[in-house]
Ligand binder design. Structure first.
Ligand SMILES: Cc1ncc(COP(=O)(O)O)c(C=O)c1O
Length: 487
């Protein structure tokens, strides 16, 4: 089959999948053994026809796919993909640019430069900060903390990139009790240790308590890195960034903010107070693949000290054709060498949404989270555990007639997943089992929330639940979402 025909056929198959997303059962429908059987087998001795390969892949993978890009996926914190960004992702593969150096792809380098400027504007962060495009927020956390590690040790004359941490002044690392697991993973990879951190206590919503921070900082003697959070993965709550920033500055420390999704509150004037003071930090980590609705993978690191950022990441080798600094060498800002040209998808998402579209997307997801809260709160046996300040809702269920609420909550989560109307996951919040609902997809409508809330409430009745009603008819073009009315 000719390449053109193969790619057109593949585009048709992808579009068929996308068009089916709103009606599709959200969870997978096939057990692992069947998936292994249909996808596995010996590596063929002779290559197969590409069309057959693709058609087999689509047929065999389909029952194991999750409708994660669809409007009723509320698990973890997972965005979909706005159309321009998905289209740019297809082009990224077709162009196959290695986003290492300026010389390896001037177009990618300039697109990253432009997208970086737009991101700083939307997130209202210092316009002189440097930006790197990572795989996700975990590697953005890693990069921001690596820049911080460099800066606090360089101030004491220690070159950590050259000498490592052997014999280095000991860094005090302070995190909130509710820091995301990927902060700990980043610290572990940076040799700063997962367990030797000092932990600040947090309140009922998961926010750092300032008095606890003050006490801990008073006991810190060495170079200092503090990790704060904008958007708790369970409750959506924000650490008091302004006050934390003041305390860290007083101690001459480095403040890193993990804002995987929460930093996007800055795009909405009504929500921006939640991130007040964020701009005074030294580094920030966020994602494109969560709230900006860029396809995987897309993380973003921002550092208000470009020299430390570069020093922590850059690589030198005789054969590399590095610029003298006038043009952007993308590998100066990420912990990778050869990599996908991730700037194109971010650029396309930002450009197709515009400032108003991003604000609308963020505000609409928050309004839909509130709608979930309204549909669920007050129903018998349902308790909303968090203040719904952003796009996250935490719910707990008590069995009719009383009993083990933890076991029942887990059972309800399992029943909702099995029902297929929507998909969401469970968590443990302050010792209690809970259901997490995260509204992060550009295409989710009020009808999707209502249908999903009904499915959740239906799951409170004994298993097996009633069959799911038909999903809403597929919207005609232009009806789903208000973000991109022309699509
Ligand atoms: C607060 C926070 N930080 C970091 C991450 C990790 O992000 P990623 O999965 O993009 O690496 C998440 C993911 O949900 C998160 O919520």
């Amino acid at each position: 089959m000719k390449r053109t025909d193969l790619l057109k056929r593949t585009a048709d198959l992808a579009i068929e999948f996308l068009d089916g997303l709103p009606e599709r059962r959200v969870g997978p429908v096939i057990p692992i053994d069947e998936l292994r059987a249909s996808l596995g087998g010996p590596l063929p001795k002779r290559g197969e026809d590409p069309r057959e390969v693709i058609e087999h892949l689509v047929r065999a993978a389909d029952p194991g796919l999750v409708a994660m890009a669809g409007p009723r996926y509320f698990g973890f914190v997972i965005g979909g993909h706005v159309p321009a960004s998905l289209a740019a992702d297809w082009l990224t593969s077709a162009w196959d640019q290695n986003a290492t150096l300026y010389v390896s792809s001037p177009a990618n380098s300039v697109v990253e430069e432009v997208a970086a400027g737009w991101l700083l504007e939307v997130l209202d962060l210092p316009r002189t900060a440097s930006v790197g495009f990572t795989t996700g927020c975990m590697m953005a956390n890693f990069t921001g903390l690596a820049a911080g590690r460099h800066a606090v040790l360089a101030r004491l004359g220690w070159d950590v990139e050259a000498r490592g941490l052997y014999g280095a002044p000991e860094i005090d690392v302070v995190i909130g009790d509710e820091a995301h697991a990927t902060i700990l993973a980043a610290l572990q990879m940076l040799g700063l240790g997962r367990e030797r951190v000092k932990r600040v206590s947090t309140d009922r919503q998961g926010r750092m308590e300032l008095e606890s921070l003050r006490e801990i900082l008073a006991g810190c003697r060495g170079p200092l890195i503090v990790c704060a959070q904008a958007g708790n993965v369970n409750t959506g709550s924000f650490d008091p960034l302004e006050e934390i920033g003041a305390q860290v500055r007083e101690r001459g420390g480095w403040l890193h903010v993990d804002g995987a999704f929460g930093l996007w509150a800055a795009a909405s004037p009504g929500l921006a107070p939640l991130v007040r003071g964020a701009g005074t930090a030294d580094s920030w980590a966020t994602d494109g693949h969560k709230w900006l609705n860029v396809p995987y993978d897309s993380g973003i690191v921002i550092v208000n000290d470009p020299e430390s950022h570069r020093a922590a990441m850059t690589i030198a080798a005789a054969y590399l054709v590095q610029t003298g600094g006038r043009e952007r060498d993308p590998f100066d800002y990420v912990p990778e060498f050869s990599r996908r040209a991730r700037g194109f998808t971010v650029y396309a998402a930002l450009r197709s949404l515009g400032r108003e579209g991003i604000r609308d997307l963020v505000e609409r997801c928050c309004a839909l989270a509130k709608r979930f809260e309204e549909r669920l709160r007050g129903e018998p046996g349902v308790e909303v555990l968090n203040d719904v300040v952003l796009n996250q809702v935490l719910v707990r269920f008590t069995p009719p007639g009383g009993g083990d609420a933890d076991a029942f909550t887990r059972e309800v989560v399992g029943r909702v997943q099995a029902d297929g109307t929507c998909w969401l996951s469970g968590t443990t919040w302050h010792g209690m089992a809970a259901m997490r609902i995260s509204v992060s997809n550009w295409s989710t409508t009020e009808a999707d929330v209502d249908l999903s809330a009904t499915a959740i409430l239906r799951a409170l009745t004994p298993w097996p639940p009633l069959p799911a009603p038909p999903f809403p008819p597929s919207p005609r073009e232009g009806e789903r979402g208000t973000v991109l009315p022309s699509l």
